[in-house]
Design a protein around this ligand. Sequence first.
Ligand SMILES: [Zn+2]
Length: 327
Amino acid sequence: MSFASDVRGELARLKTEDLCCARSELAAALLASGGIAWRGRSRYALSITASDAATVRRFFGMLKRHWGITGQIRALSGDALNNQVRYQLAIPEEASLGLLQALGLLDENGLFGLAEVPKPEITGYACCKKAFVRAAFLMCGAVMPPDRGYHFEIALPKQSLAERVAECLGYYEIVARITGRKNRFVVYLKRAEDISDALTLLGASSAVLAFENVRVRKEVSNQVNRQMNFDASNINRVVEAAEAQIRDIRYIDSELGLEKLPASLRDMAYVRANNPEMALSSLGELMTPPLGKSGVNARLRRLTEIADKLRSGEEIRLGGRRAPKDD
Ligand SMILES: [Zn+2]
């Protein structure tokens, strides 16, 4: 089973809530699954189609409990392209008009007397906003398993519907984006935190646990990798600095002779050249008298300056005396 179908399975089995939420869920399910067909003259055929039986059973139970309507469930075999069985809940035609009315889906100015989104009061309460997103996800949702990446989406047939779903998420401070894909309007989340919040909001608590486990594991290993990369690049920097210092010291030795340097610099040059891999603080301990890290640093910088001046032919002043460039 995929992570997405685990989430759907969990949501489909949640206890159905109050009438207000059942209304909101059913409205979303009908719109998201494109299950409202006009049959002429205020006659409509309503159905809800889903890829899993549990989702269809959820709406079957809801209709029965809250409206006393007995739907009919049947399995639709897949076509040549998509070999997946789908399940359809058909609502008796004589119940359709009353149900559309109850769900706030009739609009005398709309095409075929239908609204693209339910009347605002259907998703008015906080609990009903949650229910609306849940049903939209059950019908058209997908979520990537967290070990593969972070992506949550609900791909809806109408822009107005996508906007209502995003609005409902926004009420809970989950900021979703909408993008077009083929003839769908996709409400999506990319941040792990938002996806986790959305799953929590919809009521998929076991899926949230699984999601968080992977997410924490990933973040820890990212941190470890970052730390290791940081350490490696630090080591590289130290090694490169030491190599450059030793090059400078050799250059001074060949051009000027280390013995011409003041004792403090000459000792530093010997200690550095003989211990190419040693850290600055340890180099300091080899000096007599011992030097701190900043003292070591200052002397090494001075050696580099001398080497640079030798390279460019500039005059060098050592300990206040003028040092002859050629001897
Ligand atoms: Zn409600």
